[in-house]
Design a protein around this ligand. Structure first.
Ligand SMILES: Nc1ncnc2c1ncn2[C@@H]1O[C@H](COP(=O)(O)OP(=O)(O)OP(=O)(O)O)[C@@H](O)[C@H]1O
Ligand SMILES: O=P(O)(O)OC[C@H]1O[C@](O)(CO)[C@@H](O)[C@@H]1O
Ligand SMILES: [Mg+2]
Length: 353
């Protein structure tokens, strides 16, 4: 067989570990050729591919990002480079020219949606879930998430020093557009006293009250807020809108907004730090390297068994397959009854409500 691999959507730590695992497992177990498609689906239109073999994937396990590059706007069924026209036939012609028998698509729900449409055109597909936000349906944990949580925890550890020394309220803003997993786990790991999530619109006065109480007791407060968090009755804090994207909103700045709103309500100084893409960069943690390797190996097994139209996923301790069509257009927010929320409340951590 001749198998294509691509990465789509935002980069995150562990993508290279998946590319390596898929390539090595396929080549060791008998697939004839593996080809990397550069910059997501764009490579099928720009005819930009690279041969993947043992030498090509050597040394990439611990590297962040994706050696294949990625793209967050290229949908061949609605191509930005052709005024939104459907150029999928052009991509399929190149697939046939390359002689690809199947595609391993590593990406989020947008990538899975496009992959499924190519599957409908006759290109067999196996998906591997990718999202730093940890919010792909039917998948308990995404690679990259553990690495991001480690960055947030370290940031909180470091900001704790200034918070204590100056008696300040220090706010850390994390990624997490519509799901608060990074803020929740990062906030717990970094010992934040207030954790604010997109799923639980916060009451400003509740947050201010925690800070005032702590001014009288510990003298400082650490707040961890997801970029997608919003005040009750308020809206998202949008940093920019990407034209031509089906997923156009880019959030950012809610931490600074909260700082401004809180300042008149408390005595101590309030400062905000936005972590941004720092959370998505750098080397994957060992956990993420192992999870990415398991996903890559599992995807290769599906290819070798010709089990098409599925995405590998983590369910409990097991790697399973779920139908691709159940992933597209679906997301996985933190459920209101999640054990970590109960644990946070039980420890006296405020969720702002
Ligand atoms: N709902 C959607 N339907 C169809 N295509 C989409 C959708 N959302 C995104 N896409 C397309 O999918 C590709 C990847 O999208 P996006 O950047 O959202 O990445 P993703 O795979 O969803 O991962 P992530 O959002 O976690 O970065 C882009 O080309 C985008 O145009
Ligand atoms: O890299 P971009 O396009 O700015 O996207 C950033 C967004 O992507 C994510 O990293 C994943 O959806 C979000 O957490 C973040 O808001
Ligand atoms: Mg997306």
């Amino acid at each position: 067989m001749h198998i294509g691999i691509l990465t789509g959507g935002g980069d995150c730590p562990g993508l290279n570990a998946v590319i390596r695992a898929v390539t090595l497992a396929l080549l060791n177990q008998g697939a004839a050729r593996v080809t990397g498609i550069r910059r997501g689906f764009l490579g099928l239109l720009t005819r930009d591919v690279v041969k993947l073999d043992e030498a090509a994937v050597a040394g990439i396990l611990a590297q962040g990002g994706t050696m294949l590059g990625t793209h967050n706007r290229c949908d061949p069924f609605h191509y930005f480079g052709a005024g939104g026209a459907d150029v999928s036939a052009q991509a399929m012609a190149y697939v046939r020219e390359l002689g690809l028998d199947a595609l391993v698509a590593i990406g989020g729900d947008g990538t899975m949606t496009i992959a499924q449409r190519f599957a409908a055109l006759g290109l067999p597909v196996v998906g591997v879930p990718k999202t730093i936000d940890n919010d792909i349906c039917h998948n308990e944990r995404s690679f990259g998430f553990d690495s991001a949580v480690a960055v947030v925890a370290e940031a909180l550890d470091r900001l704790d020093t200034t918070a204590r020394s100056h008696g300040r309220v220090m706010i850390v803003e994390t990624m997490g557009r519509y799901a608060g997993w990074i803020a929740l786990e990062g906030g717990l790991a970094g010992g934040a006293q207030v954790i604010l999530l997109p799923e639980l619109p916060y009451r400003l006065e509740a947050v201010a009250e925690v800070c005032r109480q702590r001014e009288a007791s510990q003298g400082y407060t650490l707040i961890c807020i997801a970029e997608g968090a919003k005040a009750q009755g308020g809206g998202l804090t949008v940093a920019r809108t990407l034209a031509d994207s089906p997923d156009p909103l880019r959030l950012g700045g809610v931490g600074a907004v909260l700082a401004q709103q809180l300042q008149p309500l408390v005595q101590s100084e309030v400062r905000s730090t936005l972590l941004g893409h720092v959370q998505r960069g750098g080397s994957p943690t060992p956990f993420d390297r192992v999870l990415a390797t398991r996903f890559g190996y599992a995807a290769a097994q599906r290819v070798l068994r010709r089990e098409w139209g599925c995405m590998v996923a983590l369910a409990g301790a097991e790697i399973v397959s779920v139908p691709l069509e159940t992933v597209a257009g679906c997301s996985r927010p933190v459920p209101a009854d999640h054990e970590l929320l109960a644990a946070a409340r039980g420890l006296g951590i405020s969720l702002g409500v």
